[in-house]
Design a protein around this ligand. Structure first.
Ligand code: 5RP
Length: 220
């Protein structure tokens, strides 16, 4: 099975978490694109979706799935999204697609967070994947210097602007041994909009697409 086929398996398995007549939270990325494709097949069973990016909104609207503004809904039962890395406690690195801020907001507003990924995303220690950090453009160099102080090697994702009009720094060379601590530490720096560590609000369930099919992983 290819990596993309494993993503598809995880996306298909996530359908069982979708609740009839409810609004589902939908993330961003290639794995989520598979999820949107299968969600379209049962769109008549759900009320609609809240979306974490312009790209996912466009894809869902293309299928005729109603997309709600988060301000117009009373919380979300289930949020389905991908990840760039997950550790065994279901702490995540997200933001490879640059949608981390809206993703973190929807994850926070949702009762249950189901993460879907192929098996390569499960790691013992996060940090091999460069940590995305969304910053206010005027703070970019200041934040980059602060990230160097903690041992990171920030690289500006040049030419990329987030849906919120901000910049992204991808931080290489980190070994994230204490994800909650690092998330909180970075959150305290003025100019950072969102840190791509999802540890204060980790996933509740990880569905991994593997060579043997979809496997459900719960936190250690
Ligand atoms: C976007 C994300 C994605 O969930 C993450 O990058 C995984 O993407 P893919 O499913 O394409 O591997 O966080 O901001």
């Amino acid at each position: 099975m290819t990596q993309d086929e494993m993503k598809r398996k995880a996306a298909e398995a996530a359908l069982e978490y979708v609740i009839a007549d409810e609004i589902v939270g939908v993330g961003t990325g290639s794995t989520v694109n598979h999820f949107i494709d299968v969600l379209a097949e049962i769109k008549h069973k759900i009320k609609g979706a809240v979306s974490s990016s312009e790209a996912s909104t466009e894809r869902m609207q293309g299928y005729g799935i109603k997309v709600y503004d988060l301000n117009d809904v009373n919380g979300i039962e289930v949020y389905i999204d991908g990840a760039d890395e997950s550790d065994h406690y279901l702490n995540l690195i997200k933001g490879g697609g640059g949608a981390l801020t809206r993703e973190k907001i929807i994850a926070g507003a949702s009762k249950k967070f189901i993460c879907i990924a192929d098996e390569s995303k499960l790691v013992d220690v996060m940090g091999e994947f460069p940590l995305p950090v969304e910053v206010i453009p005027m703070a970019r160099s200041f934040i980059a210097r602060e990230l160097v102080k903690i041992g990171g090697r920030p690289v500006w994702r040049e030419g990329f602007v987030t849906d919120n009009g901000c910049d992204i720094l991808d931080v290489h060379d980190l070994k994230i041994m204490e994800p909650v601590k690092l998330e909180n530490q970075l959150n305290s720096l003025p100019g950072i909009v969102t840190v791509g560590i999802f540890a204060n609000r980790p996933a509740d369930v990880l569905i991994l697409g593997t060579q043997e099919g979809a496997k459900t992983v719960l936190s250690k």
